[in-house]
Each structure stands twice: as structure tokens, then as C-alpha cells.
Design a protein around this ligand. Structure first.
Ligand SMILES: [Zn+2]
Length: 258
């Protein structure tokens, strides 16, 4: 199984994401329609004790005709499965459950990254392993996509009125606490980044080392958008092993399996 690594700060253990992309095609919940993510939506699977892979296969097999999907599913052991690339639409938040949300629902699926979380009980509460991975994944996405963990991370309930994720709709204080955990984790890893010495103003050459050359800007931003590179050190030399990692990321993003 292919493992994709997220873009955590240097020195941290890389976030492990298993590549379990759905087959392209609307009947598998993967339309292939391009998307620029503007936020993250948290869901619960609504099926107590079910596994991440089981839910992924439910999407793959057409989900009983409902054609639903999400970008990620986090399992009871904290495993993270990637089902739909972040730059493609998934079908997780299009239906309004109250008239007040009708208008917003037209764009939910074309702007939001959906994360489904497994849960052991009928109350829908996430266990510790799932919560830990959820926090790490959300922080990772926020950093890569330049999203604000305070304002751009929401419950399915917040945009459609559906009771999802159930436990965190029925216990708003628990949702507040989960959000606080995400923001704290985001801020603490940001402080690592800001601790990197800033180049002195006189050192123009060094400062330019952090900016891609004009002729390479388009390609660099393209690769950054797709998480093929983490967007750091554009002018550093690359090793043979890094080349293979970049190559594989690009192929996986393109949906090509060799
Ligand atoms: Zn939901």
C-alpha cells in the first residue's frame, strides 16, 4: 500500500496518509471535477464500529446508489485513508437539511475538503486515536492550503443543518474543545516555523533562495498547490530518493497507478 506523507514541520514525524483513492467515475463518488479547497468539513460516518476501509469501499461500490464520498476517512486506530485528491470535488455536503442552507449547499461540494471520522459507539464520539489523527490532518491541510483553523474548519452541521458529526452537534462544548485543540496544535507548529532565523535584509541572495525564479514560478506554485512539494527551498539540489517521492506524488495526484 502506498503511503503519502503530509507536510509537517521539519523534525516532526511525518503524517502518514494511506493512498486508497476511489476509482474515477461518478458512480464511485469521484466525479474528477477540479476544486480549489476553501475550507474543511468534519463528519462522522454514522455507522458505529465500522472501519475506515469498510467506509471507503462503501463509497467505491456506489454507496447504495447515493454516490457519496469524502476526501479522507479516519479509522478507529487513527489510520488516515485518502479517497479523493484534495484538488477534486467529493460528494459529502451538497444536500441542505434546512431551507436556510439551500444557497450555501450549491457550493459546499465544490469548495470543501470532507473528512469522515469513524467512531466506536452510537453516540458518535471519536476515540482518542481518531481524534489525534484528525487534529494532525486538519493542521497539515490548513498549513498546506493556507486555511485558517479558526474560521475555515466546520462541522457538516454548520453548512447544511444535518446532525453530523452527531456527538459534536449534541455537545457543542466538545466541538469547541476539539476546535481549540486544532488551533493550539496549529499555533504550536507555526511557532516552530517562525523560529527559523529570518535572513538579514542585506543578504539578498539568501533571501532570494526562498523564492522560486520568475521562469519557474508557475510550475513551482502548480506543484505546491498539489502538495507535490512542500514549497520550501526552491533552489536546493534534489537527491535521487527525493526525485522518486516527487514523481510518485505527481502520479498519484494524476490518478495514475503503474
Ligand atoms: Zn456529514
Amino acid at each position: 500500500m502506498a503511503i503519502i506523507h503530509g507536510q509537517k514541520e521539519k523534525g516532526d514525524e511525518a503524517l502518514k496518509i494511506e493512498d486508497k483513492l476511489l476509482t474515477k467515475g461518478a458512480s464511485h463518488g469521484r466525479s474528477g471535477k477540479a476544486m480549489v479547497p476553501k475550507g474543511i468539513l468534519i463528519h462522522y460516518v454514522g455507522n458505529p464500529g465500522s472501519s475506515a476501509l469498510g467506509n471507503r469501499n462503501y463509497f467505491e461500490n456506489g454507496s447504495g446508489g447515493a454516490c457519496v464520498s469524502a476526501h479522507y476517512i479516519i479509522g478507529l486506530q487513527g489510520e488516515i485513508l485518502l479517497c479523493v485528491p484534495e484538488t477534486e470535488c467529493a460528494a459529502h455536503a451538497g444536500k441542505s437539511f434546512a431551507p436556510a442552507y439551500n444557497e450555501a449547499c450549491k457550493t459546499n461540494n465544490s469548495t470543501l475538503i470532507g473528512i469522515e471520522c469513524c467512531h466506536p459507539g452510537a453516540d458518535g464520539k471519536f476515540n482518542e486515536a481518531t481524534t489525534k489523527s484528525l487534529v494532525e490532518l486538519v493542521v497539515d491541510i490548513c498549513k498546506r492550503r493556507k486555511l485558517n483553523p479558526n474560521t475555515d474548519v466546520k462541522r457538516h452541521y454548520d453548512v447544511t443543518g444535518k446532525s453530523c458529526p452527531k456527538y459534536y452537534v449534541e455537545h457543542p462544548a466538545e466541538w469547541t474543545a476539539l476546535k481549540a485543540k486544532i488551533v493550539a496544535s496549529y499555533n504550536s507548529s507555526s511557532s516552530v516555523a517562525t523560529a527559523t532565523p529570518t535572513p538579514a535584509p542585506a543578504a539578498n541572495a539568501a533571501a532570494n533562495a526562498n523564492e522560486p525564479s520568475d521562469w519557474a514560478k508557475d510550475a513551482w506554485n502548480w506543484a505546491k498547490e498539489r502538495s507535490i512539494t512542500d514549497g520550501t527551498e526552491p533552489k536546493s539540489t534534489v537527491t535521487r530518493e527525493q526525485t522518486m517521492v516527487f514523481l510518485r506524488r505527481a502520479l498519484i495526484k494524476a490518478g495514475i497507478t503503474l
